[in-house]
Design a protein around this ligand. Sequence first.
Ligand SMILES: *[C@@H]1O[C@H](CO)[C@@H](O)[C@H](O)[C@H]1NC(C)=O
Length: 433
Amino acid sequence: MSVHFSGLQKLFLAVTLPLVIGARYFPNWESIDSRPLPSWYDEAKFGIFVHWGVFSVPAFGSEWFWWHWQGQPFPAYVDFIKKNYPPGFSYPQFAPDFRAQFFDPEQWAELFQASGAKYVVLTSKHHEGFTTWGSPHSWNWNSVDTGPHRDLVGDLGTAVRKRSLHYGLYNSLYEWFHPLYLSDKKSGFKKQEFVFNKLLPELYDLVTRYKPDVIWSDGDWEAPDTYWNSTEFLAWLYNDSPVKDTVVTNDRWGSDCSCRHGGYYNCEDKYNPGKLLKHKWEKCTSVDTFSWGYRKNMKLKELLNLPIIIQDLVHTVALGGNYLLNVGPTAEGTIPPVFEERLRGVGSWLKVNGEAVYTSKGSTVYAFLFVRPWKPVLELSAPITSPSTNVMLLGYPNRLKWSPIQSGGLMISLPLEIFVGDLVWTLKLDSVK
Ligand SMILES: *[C@@H]1O[C@H](CO)[C@@H](O)[C@H](O)[C@H]1NC(C)=O
């Protein structure tokens, strides 16, 4: 095949290519927001979120345990400690029991791949400040100095990438009880000692060591982005970091950023805009509806069931979002079998129906059935058929019979006997408009 350029196109290429390739970003939102999102992210559609840290040891309430115990005390948390731990017990004393003795990164990675997810995001540091890697800026409050004595971020990353999944890291900007953060806060965030002496050196180190594909930023809301030096960090990330061409980030970079600035939008936890957005977005949600971290007292009725998860995934992807589904591992390093069952269930469903989630093609449309059909005929009014239109049910070998409706659309004959259970079914229509 030969490609011909007109004179004007040649001129255009000559002028624009060097500019695009040499693009540098400046530390302001207009420039940062102009960066195109690396394409792997939109293609990925589905990721697994993992909340793991010292909060997995008390495993009570949620990963906000420390805050609800001693920051803004809730009676249930205070009582839990009073009943189960000796007087004077402090939160850091949980760390030695974060042992991860059964943590097998290969097993986790196998499960995540089997779920059909294309990326994994692990908490490298939640609001408690404990790092799940050997951060030199978090002395004795990291998973190498204490607890499992292991580089959890590194070990999971190696296993996940071996299976060609993308690897992202969650990082909380603020730390509830860090003395430098508290003194900056006292100054009305005029001082930036926490940012310059803790947060940024640690973030630069994290990116350089592990080369994450996602930086899932959080804990930004108490202070403006100028306090966090967010645009300066992002300009470095996009211009000069080892992941400048591949990394994606979200929108939690300061109290004024959510749903407005950064990379893709998270807006709020569990957010769904309910309509197509022009800007790429992600819904993060958790199988345990009460918590992101593992809870020993969770009950089955508090978990998302498989049909709900699949509907949520479909609804999110259909509106242009990515779906990031969270599981909380135990302090011992296991993923509770009930979470495993959900993830493998999503994977089995995606094996059959995944082409409708991962791809979109010219004259093919997919229709999802969220409720089990009870009539042998289904009417769709929107698709414009042609004589060569084919109608398939994914996972069913035969073509479905159909006939056009005079006023528009088509009637499809459904083999009712094959609809069992409560999952989502996908109709595939070829050669339609
Ligand atoms: C933080 O931002 C200010 C400008 O707003 C800049 O002068 C300073 O060098 C930045 N510091 C770091 C460590 O990025």
